[in-house]
Write a new protein. Structure first.
Length: 339
């Protein structure tokens, strides 16, 4: 009977393997012109959404507020120091009503807020219209890396009675890391939502899963799922290993699987090691395989470039094909540390 069960199991495994090979061989592979057509459609779709968001009153208001000097906002402005010398932010300390004096470039205290908000910040947009940021709730906790992480946030930016931006954050900390977190942002007619869950293996290792999506008029624009093993390195930084990412936006699906260990990374051989230990596949939403993404350093350039490797063996720099990729790769990244 034992031999019979073993034989049955072996046959079943062979059938499953054969089926997978058959299914894989049946996936239609796009030629280069067809793949380029899908990539351009994807680029046009996301660039349209990004422009709509960037030009909205809500994004302009948020950008204006964040760039005002000494704005008493969480994660930017510090007004407390604990017994260990860690700087932080207390909404109870910051509470009140303030307006920004353009002439003197400073915040002036007004009468107490007339609604349930604890902090009210009045400022003008570029057209001279008054806007109001209201913060109703904010709390934070220190993480194992010495950074403050918001555990509660409820805020809006208003233009008269019209809500331009709405932000809600809720999280729980365990072992010095977010055990769970939910962030929701409403802006320019779009709803952004992110859910984070952490499965702890010990106080220095965990598995992190993040689900995120963007909707407009209740229709999904972008959906993403990322799962990764996370650990604290000897330098007290986070490293992400065994990464799996699936990103979907019309008309493409991107899937990444990587065993690249950032804690053992070498700048001299990063590109070769990443490409050897990582696979990034591109498909259309109707199941057509477009090719694989690889990283390259073009001759004479000291920067990262993303190439698509087509099924005919040729490759192409996505920066030359897609405006979205060019825009992202040319963004100047400024190191940020709260407080």
């Amino acid at each position: 009977m034992g031999n019979g069960l073993y034989l049955t199991s072996t046959v079943f495994k062979l059938l499953v393997f054969t089926s997978l090979v058959f299914i894989s061989s049946c996936v239609r592979k796009a030629d280069k012109p067809e793949a380029q057509k899908y990539l351009r459609a994807f680029d046009a779709e996301l660039m349209q959404h990004s422009r709509r968001i960037a030009r909205s009153d809500g994004m302009q208001a948020l950008s204006r507020l964040l760039n005002l000097p000494s704005a008493p906002l969480p994660l930017i402005y510090s007004n407390t120091v604990d017994s260990s010398g860690n700087r932080g932010y207390s909404l109870e300390v910051a509470c009140g009503s303030f307006s920004f004096d353009e002439q003197n470039q400073l915040w002036v205290e007004n009468q107490a807020p007339q609604d349930s908000s604890k902090l009210q910040l009045m400022f003008q947009n570029t057209e001279g219209q008054w806007l109001c940021c209201r913060i109703y709730d904010y709390t934070e906790q220190p993480t194992a890396l010495g950074l403050m992480f918001p555990t509660r946030l409820n805020a809006t930016i208003m233009k008269q009675e019209h809500e331009l931006v709405k932000v809600k954050v809720k999280s729980d900390i365990a072992y010095g890391f977010p055990a769970s977190a939910t962030a929701e942002i409403t802006l320019a007619g779009y709803d952004f939502k992110m859910n984070l869950t952490t499965t702890f293996h010990n106080h220095k290792q965990a598995t992190l899963q993040t689900d995120a999506w963007i909707k407009r008029d209740r229709k999904e624009v972008v959906a993403a799922v990322m799962k990764s093993d996370v650990k604290i390195s000897e330098h007290n930084t986070l490293t992400y290993n065994e990464k799996h990412l699936r990103l979907e936006a019309f008309p493409l699906i991107m899937e990444l699987r990587s065993a690249y260990d950032f804690s053992q990374s070498s700048a001299n051989d990063f590109f070769n090691q990443w490409n050897r230990k990582s696979k990034v596949w591109l498909y259309s939403q109707d199941g057509v395989s477009l090719g694989e993404l690889i990283l390259k350093r073009p001759s004479g350039k000291d920067r990262l470039n993303i190439f698509i490797q087509y099924h005919d063996g040729t490759d192409e720099n996505l920066e030359d094909l897609m405006l979205l990729v060019k825009s992202v790769l040319n963004v100047k990244i400024v190191p940020y540390r709260p407080y």
